[in-house]
Design a protein around this ligand. Sequence first.
Ligand code: C2E
Ligand code: MG
Ligand code: MG
Ligand code: MG
Length: 282
Amino acid sequence: HAIKAGEKRIQFYTADFLQCMQRQLKIEHCLKQAIETQELKVFFQPKYDLTNNKIVGMEALLRWTHHELGPIPPDEFIAIAENAGLIVNIGRYVLNACAQLISKLQAENKFCVPIAVNISGHHFSQANVFKDVQQALLLFNIAPEYIEIEITENVVMMDYDIVIDQLTQLKALGVQISIDDFGTGHSSLERLAKLPIDSLKIDRSFVLNLNEQPQTQAIIKAVLSLSAALGLKSVAEGIETISQEQFLRSNECTLGQGFLFAKPIAEDEMIALLNTQSDIKD
Ligand code: C2E
Ligand code: MG
Ligand code: MG
Ligand code: MG
């Protein structure tokens, strides 16, 4: 009996594993087309100044609904794209989409804020992020200040030698740089102080547990004072409740992003939202 049960388990795991592999292969295959057919959509989530609730930036976030598989979360397809050698194309695609939106807003004389693009560590090692950003800026004739790069803490720390030159060049050009998911990875404080960056984004997991856990409040306060001491802006991601927002504001977190303010929205909706902002006078 014991053997039989064991056999069943092995069969179960194998079928599961195969199904998972099949899904990954299918996603990889479809992803190539999704870039070309623009099935892959760039959405935008606003970033707010917590002192006056004005939109001061936005983050580009990819959305993909496959006609057969349905919505596929970026956490799933980005990892597949990285392993399939597709992430550089995706990075360029998003950079160009953002530069295009900026140029459109400026051509129509609309209220315009910088857009942050998430760049994978693989992009830094497989291509040159500085050159790709420069290319997008030239193509759409926009100022470097309107593009921001988000790179995760682990990538910066672990691939330090690969990323540092490209980050330094980007910073010199006038592109803003922020460290994403800060607090969840392994940071060398010595390296952090030397990085050519503008802001730290406090990971959503801290904001999520903020009201229940005094330890988490202590961590957030420590990160906020570290950030201020280094002359950086701080951005809290994943703000969902008023009490989270109040805690962050009263501890001088500079910027906030989260469902409390707005979810990631399509380009048209973002343009409409920016238009309502331009009506608000100081
Ligand atoms: P991230 O860069 O840390 O992005 C923040 C994530 O938090 C986004 O998830 C966003 O939708 C979500 N979020 C924002 N506010 C809230 C909130 O109040 N509550 C909750 N529950 N979630 C919130 P999303 O869009 O699923 O993206 C997940 C990750 O996928 C991103 O994390 C980023 O690492 C990656 N990603 C997304 N788009 C791109 C892209 O264009 N390029 C690359 N390389 N990575 C991307
Ligand atoms: Mg991000
Ligand atoms: Mg993040
Ligand atoms: Mg993340």
